[in-house]
Design a protein around this ligand. Sequence first.
Ligand SMILES: *[C@@H]1O[C@H](CO)[C@@H](O)[C@H](O)[C@H]1NC(C)=O
Length: 235
Amino acid sequence: MYVFTLTLFVTLVIQQTSGFKEPECSRYHYEEQILERVVRMGMEFKYQKKDVTNILETVAAKLDAFSKELQVLKRENEELKSSLRDEVQISISDLEKVKEKSFLPIVFFNSKNVADTTVKAGHTIVFTETLVNDGNAYDNTTGIFTAPEDGIYLVSLHMCVKNKQNLYYGLVIDGKESLRGEMYEYRAVTCNSVQQLLTIKAGNRVWIQVYVKDAVLLQSAIHWNMFSAFLLNKG
Ligand SMILES: *[C@@H]1O[C@H](CO)[C@@H](O)[C@H](O)[C@H]1NC(C)=O
């Protein structure tokens, strides 16, 4: 109404000042058109405003729902991430355990020759010339091999005894014999080999000992006396 009055006033002022004269009926018609248009615009505006409000409300509701969904997704993602982290952690520690179990360190020594070919009863035979000592478990000053791991070991002994000499020997683990035997040759000179598969605990000491009486060994470029051990399997 106010807009209409203003328009009417402006129209009148323009007509007065310009001195423009129009037929009266035409002027009413024009004013009527303006009025109609203003009313229509007002109504349109009202409808448009209502539409926009509706749309805004719908959008707001959708945004709200979306944001809630996003929160749920975020939470799920966090849960998934942490459970995945746990799973990976478990797999890694499992793998480490498997690796630890399956990893076989190289434990292998091979030592030959004695310093004195007369080996004495009750003494350890010390094989001084170390050819291999992987794992550094054999001591060539004492003749003692100290097992670095629990496991199954192949222990072997190769001795050459002088003709008509008896060598009573024992394979000893921490003071306890795991094998006893005698080597004797009457007519010829031969060397003898002894092998034993043994379960040995880490830290246990293994050596070759002479029993009963002293014996004289044969030792030359073609007669070797030798002591060796090899870790076959852990556990
Ligand atoms: C005795 O063992 C030590 C240490 O393993 C080594 O360095 C040395 O060469 C060995 N001696 C002989 C004569 O093999």
